[in-house]
Design a protein. Structure first.
Length: 518
């Protein structure tokens, strides 16, 4: 089967970005309505339940990632029978996963109230709220969830984006109505399983229409199933590590510092995660294409692609962090007021965490595309356990600072170096010295640019939306201009721009300065 990697990636990024903008603006409106209609503690409660359910999703074990990876080769060979068998196996696994989540979720019900600090008072039945969230998670697995894997493996994430634009619109309208007009948090939560059900059903109908040959099902070879099960077990530790890394912060903050502090922290985290979400769209859009390239191209060619992608990723990461560092506090003053600001030191820690997170995600892109989960099976778990131990220790001494620093320390000094070693030894079969040097040099340059930009923005007194918009202009022009001037004459810049030009159907040729360079 012909796999148009560049075309698919470009299309996925375009529609994925539209969806992401939509998924940032609408939840932001809903979050704001919740803050002013119900109160800050309800926002904290939302964050806590999301983190608890992430822990329950450990049961998924990485099945989705393993199944999509298993489809790369049969798709490249146009083996429709094998793909249908894999889809059927995926379906059976998700039935079991949904059942386990339901049983375990009900079993841990008694401990849920203990994860909320005693200084937090919400006049609602915590058990009922938790059960609604649990039902939403179980439905997501039982109701045709496996169908979307066919679209992901074929690099047709754009179709998923289009479906979600429609189904999410229905969900957002209902959620906003329940908050603003009904002012009922129970009704707000009940919309979630309803929206998930619509999304899964519509996706299943469209997948069956596009790929009717995959409905045949059938049993997969036992030896191949054992190989898939092996990949899933290797992914299990990665899944545990990822969940602990992403969820433990919110749970620790809720248990030790309270729902109000959690809500304030999650306001900042929401903005950071929204920006990170844009980059996830790009990464997910590239995943199947890179997986196909790793199967069909030479290691040398793939290494050169990694260097280009790393350069572009660090540019985006640095620019995002530069904007966050200078714009976080002015934006929060406008959005939630001075009383809900976090100290600038915490903001700095969050910015460092953001840069590390984006870089790590770029590396995980190659880990998942190459399927080296067995070699990488211990790293995520050990990194996450270090994070958890540091969280429990440092939160007692430094409060919120300790929670964020725990994540930064575990990822920067354990997780990332280990991951780079695994990728280069298993995928590229070469030393990572020069690559690490490049990553460090990018980071040091962006540290300097970020502080310079922060000082320039600091010269402008915060005075509402107009000065905030002026700071946005400064953050857009100054950092990118400096970075451009540093790298414009270097080979990596030209190669990276050629890659972007190809992905955007030669649109960069319309920019005179870039056209001259490439």
């Amino acid at each position: 089967m012909k796999f148009e990697r560049t075309k698919n990636t470009s299309r996925n990024i375009f529609f994925g970005s539209i969806l992401k903008v939509y998924q940032i603006i609408c939840p932001f409106i809903i979050r704001t309505a919740m803050i002013y209609s119900l109160g800050m503690e309800y926002v904290g409660l939302n964050s806590l339940f999301a983190s608890i359910l992430q822990v329950l999703n450990l049961t998924e074990l990485g099945v989705g990632t393993a199944m999509v990876y298993s489809m790369y080769k049969p798709i490249a060979e146009d083996d429709q029978v094998k793909i249908a068998q894999l889809m059927n196996l995926y379906k059976e696994y998700y039935k079991i996963i949904g059942f386990i989540i339901a049983v375990v979720g009900l079993a841990i019900t008694p401990i849920v109230p203990r994860l909320i600090a005693s200084n937090s008072k919400v006049p609602l039945n915590i058990y009922v709220l938790y059960w609604i969230n649990l039902g939403y998670t179980v439905i997501s697995y039982w109701l045709f969830a496996y169908k979307s894997s066919a679209l992901i493996a074929h690099q047709r994430n754009d179709i998923i984006s289009k479906i979600m634009l429609v189904t999410n619109t229905i969900m957002y309208i209902l959620q906003l109505a329940t908050i603003v007009f009904i002012k009922n948090y129970y009704a707000y939560l009940l919309v979630l399983p309803f929206g998930q059900a619509i999304n899964n059903i519509v996706t299943a109908i469209i997948v069956d229409k596009i790929y009717p040959e995959y409905k045949k099902g059938g049993k997969i070879d036992k030896n191949e199933q054992r190989q898939i099960n092996g990949r899933i077990m290797d992914l299990f530790t990665s899944k545990i590590g990822g969940v602990i890394q992403n969820s433990v912060d919110s749970i620790v903050i809720s248990a030790f510092l309270g729902l109000t502090i959690l809500a304030k922290y999650n306001n900042y985290y929401y903005i950071m995660n929204s920006i990170f979400g844009f980059l996830i769209v790009i990464f997910n859009s590239c995943l199947a294409g890179i997986g196909n390239s790793l199967v069909t191209e030479t290691p040398e060619k793939n290494y050169k692609d990694l260097k280009k992608i790393a350069f572009l990723t660090e540019w985006l990461a640095g620019f995002c962090v530069c904007c966050l560092f200078s714009l976080y506090q002015p934006f929060m003053k406008i959005w939630v007021g001075d009383s809900n600001l976090l100290p600038i030191g915490v903001v700095c820690c969050i910015c460092i965490y953001t840069y590390i997170l984006i870089t790590n995600q770029m590396l995980c892109l190659y880990k998942d595309a190459s399927g080296i989960w067995h070699a990488d099976r211990y790293r995520p778990l050990i990194t996450a356990m270090i994070n958890l131990v540091l969280n429990l220790l440092l939160v007692n001494f430094w409060g919120l600072y300790g929670v964020v620093l725990s994540t930064v320390i575990s990822m920067l000094f354990v997780g990332m170096p280990w991951l780079i070693h695994n990728i280069f030894s298993e995928v590229f079969h070469r030393k990572s010295t020069f690559f690490v040097y490049d990553i460090i040099s990018y980071a040091l340059i962006w540290i300097g640019i970020s502080f310079l930009n922060f000082l320039i923005c600091g010269l402008i007194q915060d005075n509402g939306i107009l000065t905030f918009l002026l700071k946005i202009v400064i953050c857009t022009i100054i950092p990118n201009t400096i970075y451009f001037l540093i790298y414009k004459d270097r080979r990596i810049f030209k190669e990276a721009m050629c890659l972007v030009n190809k992905m955007t159907n030669n649109r960069l040729n319309k920019i005179p300065v870039i056209k001259k360079i490439i």
